[in-house]
Design a protein around this ligand. Structure first.
Ligand code: ATP
Length: 632
């Protein structure tokens, strides 16, 4: 529901105020009608044009609500008529969505539904708030005088054929409000197309609710959601002639067009069965098995297709082959939501992470009374190297990623609520590289002896080192450092104290506490006061500004070039934003995990030893994560 409000605001070009609305408790489109001009400042709407648009928007919603009341009786009448779509069973988890039913199965399931289904606007009650309001908003633009809403219902009528019913409802007459409001004279046009013939065993989607029909808000009962973002082809990929083989069919459906060659050189379309796993599908398998809040994958061709295009296909057949590949539907995948190329980080934030922040604050409301309960959430980005994980999670200054947008939201939530004012935001940022932990907010590099001595003298916190120079492992270094420190230390400081300090300060340790929570010992946490980057205040705010802190941390991250991504992250990066009180008790925590990209061995063929070793380590750790029972 919240995301519909967002879409509504997008249509009115007011998307940037979405978090202000939610911070003030406005979650539904309906509630916009309550806004008065006095609220504009509270909502942060100061720009005159934005105010005008907001005014227009609230006016439209009020008109619609009034008209809605006026037609409620005919609408009820219509609902009792035969023109109704039977409600479909909601899918409950991404894993169960991977359904490759055959047409026969579909037929069986729909045996009771003979004939074509019809529907009217009143049938869309689950989604009507969105569909009606948004469509009206679209008509705020003068040229859009017609709008059609389409609902597709797949209905198997025989073993080898599908019937697709497409209902196109002309929503807007010259007086476009009235038909929206349940008028019985709504024109219903049906277009029916038959799809038949041999389907090459391609998995078809089962009967499922179309996205536009289904109410799809994130609920706290739902522990995990899986999203996919498709990125556009990069310049290098276009130059190499790679083809876009992924189609975002609708908000939940993704098609992957893949062609394979058998040993006898006949071409076939690979089905996604357990014993036919290529590197590319491996990604998918892991992707879907890996229950998480986030998932991405690369939009690239498989090596096989690429090689075939470049080496064996004569130029004149090139285009034909491209087209052939483009129309093949070899895999259909369903996710909680699929984001196409046009989606921005902000769009993705609103749909995926914003509900998690709300969840944290819901938990937080509770914990303000009893202690020890916290609202926790985690957001993973998983995918092949070069898929766009870092772009989405960390982003850039100009195009902030999910963590920065989340932090903004958190600050806003803390500001608007008086009981939350005593809470503070703390951040930590570390990476796991080749099995070792590095604190990215505390100069990840191993320090030299003199630096070590200095830091001891200054009483500074953590020393970050790739390999922990423990006394046993590097006795000479340890002894030298200790001597150095003692020599420079003020008289009176005992060597045993220094030794202890040294041991404590040498690196990060992952430890499990009595509640089975992983704690990173030695990790530096910074308190941050704001998220906005004020250019002129840049230097002054460097320690307090979240964006600056994270961007600085990102620069410390281990990166390298792979065959697929010139600036590939070679580590798993974890940003933790915690909400604590003045006694440093944690009340809420959200973690953003930008996992290193999985790699196919074939892509690492030309890499040096170091890159190969990193790749192996990355794949091994991803396998450990994806097979972790605790995630399922
Ligand atoms: N949605 C997008 N729109 C435009 N460019 C994108 C998008 N997503 C990613 N890119 C570009 O693709 C390239 C690879 O992205 P990124 O470094 O985020 O991938 P990654 O998944 O983090 O890779 P790795 O696992 O190797 O670190 C970058 O140049 C990035 O700017």
């Amino acid at each position: 529901m919240a995301s519909w409000l967002y879409e509504c605001l997008c249509e009115a070009e007011l998307a940037q105020y979405y978090s202000h609305f939610t911070a003030l408790g406005l979650q539904k489109i309906d509630e916009l009608a309550k806004i008065t001009m006095k609220d504009y400042s509270k909502l942060g709407v100061h720009d005159m044009n934005d105010r005008k648009r907001l005014f227009q928007l609230t006016k439209i919603i009020k008109i619609m609500q009034e008209e809605d009341k006026a037609v409620s009786i005919p609408e009820r009448h219509l609902q009792t008529s035969s023109l109704r779509i039977k409600s479909q069973k909601l899918r409950s988890g991404p894993r169960r969505q991977l359904n490759f039913d055959s047409p026969v199965d579909n037929k069986d399931r729909n045996a009771s539904n003979d004939g074509f289904k019809m529907c009217s606007l009143s049938d869309f009650s689950a989604n009507e708030q969105k569909s009606t309001y948004l469509k009206v908003l679209e008509h705020m633009l003068p040229d859009d005088s017609q709008y059609h809403t389409k609902t597709r219902i797949l209905n198997a009528t025989s073993a080898d054929s599908y019937v697709q019913t497409e209902i196109s409802t002309s929503l807007f007459s010259p007086n476009y409000f009235s038909p929206l409001l349940g008028d019985c004279d709504i024109p219903i046009i049906q277009r029916i197309s038959h799809v038949s013939g041999y389907d090459y065993g391609i998995p078809h989607s089962c009967i499922r609710q179309s996205t536009s029909e289904k109410q799809n808000p994130w609920t706290e009962m739902e522990k995990i959601r899986v999203y996919v973002r498709k990125r556009p082809l990069g310049v290098r990929e276009v130059r190499r002639g790679e083809i876009n083989i992924i189609t975002v069919e609708d908000k939940e459906t993704l098609l992957v067009h893949e062609k394979k060659e058998a040993v006898d050189l006949t071409q076939y379309i690979l089905q996604n069965t357990e014993n036919q796993v290529s590197g590319f599908e491996y990604n998918f398998k892991a992707l879907t098995r890996f229950y998480m809040a986030w998932a991405l994958f690369a939009c690239t061709t498989t090596k096989a297709i690429h090689e075939r295009l470049l080496s064996t296909q004569p130029p004149e057949q090139f285009q034909a082959f491209r087209e052939e590949v483009a129309v093949l539907r070899s895999h259909v995948f369903y996710f909680d939501e699929v984001f196409g190329e046009a989606c921005t980080n902000r769009d993705i934030y609103v749909k995926t992470t914003h509900p998690l922040i709300q969840h944290i604050f819901n938990g937080l409301l509770m914990v303000l009374i009893p202690e020890n309960l916290t609202g926790n959430a985690t957001c993973f980005a998983y995918g092949q190297t070069g898929a766009g994980k870092t772009y989405t999670m960390i982003g850039t200054h100009e195009n902030p990623g999910l963590y920065a947008l989340a932090a903004k939201d958190i600050f806003r939530q803390l500001e608007v609520s008086q009981p939350r004012r005593h809470l503070f935001v703390w951040i930590s940022f570390y990476e796991i590289y080749c099995g070792q932990l590095y604190d990215l907010l505390n100069r990840r590099k191993r320090r030299g002896r003199s630096e070590l001595r200095l830091s001891l003298l200054e009483g500074e916190g953590n020393l970050i080192s790739l390999r922990l120079a423990s006394q046993q492992r590097y006795p000479s270094l340890y002894g030298a450092v200790q001597k150095d420190a003692q020599a420079s230390c003020a008289p009176g400081v005992q060597s045993s104290v220094l030794t202890k300090q040294l041991r404590n300060k040498r690196g990060l340790f992952a430890r499990e506490d009595s509640k089975h929570l992983v704690q990173i010992v030695g990790l530096q946490e910074l308190q941050v006061d704001s998220v906005e980057l004020l250019l002129e205040e840049h230097q002054k705010l460097a320690q307090q500004n979240l964006a600056v802190v994270i961007l600085k941390g990102s620069k410390e991250r281990s990166t390298g070039a792979t065959g697929v991504n010139a600036d590939s992250s070679r580590s798993h990066a974890i940003i933790q934003i915690q909400i604590k009180d003045s006694a440093k008790r944690t009340f809420g925590r959200i973690s953003f995990i930008d996992l290193a990209g999985s790699e196919r061995a074939a892509d690492a063929r030309d890499s040096d030893r170091q890159t190969k070793m990193e790749g192996a380590e990355i794949n091994q750790s991803l396998l450990a994560v994806s097979s972790s029972k605790s995630l399922i």
